[in-house]
Design a protein around this ligand. Sequence first.
Ligand SMILES: Nc1ncnc2c1ncn2[C@@H]1O[C@H](COP(=O)(O)OP(=O)(O)OP(=O)(O)O)[C@@H](O)[C@H]1O
Length: 327
Amino acid sequence: MTHPAVVATGLTKHYGDVEAVRGIDLTVHRGEVFGFLGPNGAGKSTTISMLCTLTRPTSGEARVAGHDVVRERDDVRRSIGLVFQDPTLDGYLTAERNLRFHAELYGVPRADVGPRLRGVLEMVGLWDRRKARVATFSGGMRRRLEIARGLLHSPRVLFLDEPTVGLDPQTRSSIWSYIRELKEAEDITVFLTTHYMDEAEHCDRIAIVDGGRIIALDTPDALKAGVGKDRVQLQAGDGPAAVAALRERFGIHAVASGDVVVFHVEEGERFVPELFSRPGLPIRSVSVARPSLDDVFMSYTGRSIRDADASGARGPAALAAARGGGR
Ligand SMILES: Nc1ncnc2c1ncn2[C@@H]1O[C@H](COP(=O)(O)OP(=O)(O)OP(=O)(O)O)[C@@H](O)[C@H]1O
């Protein structure tokens, strides 16, 4: 098999007047952890459900594990694992019964079920709890069990829609270590959606989506490098005097807020020693920060992902607003 894990060409989805997805083109390579990052309403879930054959595209094409999502739905379904935002485990059943039921649905050969069950439950740290009813599990344990279930039939591609939403930071980080372990242990491609910037950093490549379109697609490092400048923040004895000194000596436009002065330069870590080499700039502290993925989102849309989330970007008006802000 040499085909990519996922290929989408001109994929769109309209719900009446709402253009939820407005032309997605992407290729996800086998073995990648690929992230879809964007604010609420960006079209992430709609895209993932088209790739999983749960929603029929309005136009365009997509192939998953080499199969067409419209014409070869059953082949696609056999090749993928799904973990969606809404839990679908049966709370009355034990963890093991939930998984065995799934194995039957997917036709996992009888002889393989036992070893496979143990393998996936050990990976998510739930082997010892396999006889417990799911109703007694915490939110994090349920999500881990859902991931184990998604892996049970050895899928080629695992789709995770917001895999850590609503979980505490510790559980989020343990879910990420399972995802990384997975990549090592199984020859699998992971396609996930998130609106957490820090999570997108774990992905090999990410597509930043807004208003139903991909606005940037690359490795997290390359995207951040594309923003160019680092952010330097200093505490100076006299803010306005520091701003004037920076302008005179370095030709830098800085902004002061009290005694905190902020400016942007390329390669901040090279610039900072120069600051100290010139006398007359009383500096108490200095910090340099690389651009974040939120800076990347902001450089394309003029707003932060958090603001876009907070504004509840949904529906045609929000999409039109997002369009207006695009570059
Ligand atoms: N079944 C539907 N009927 C009508 N509009 C829909 C439907 N599903 C999604 N939409 C709209 O399509 C747009 C994209 O929604 P989608 O759920 O794909 O975004 P998202 O990026 O996954 O956001 P979230 O993380 O909030 O789910 C939104 O404007 C949403 O209101």
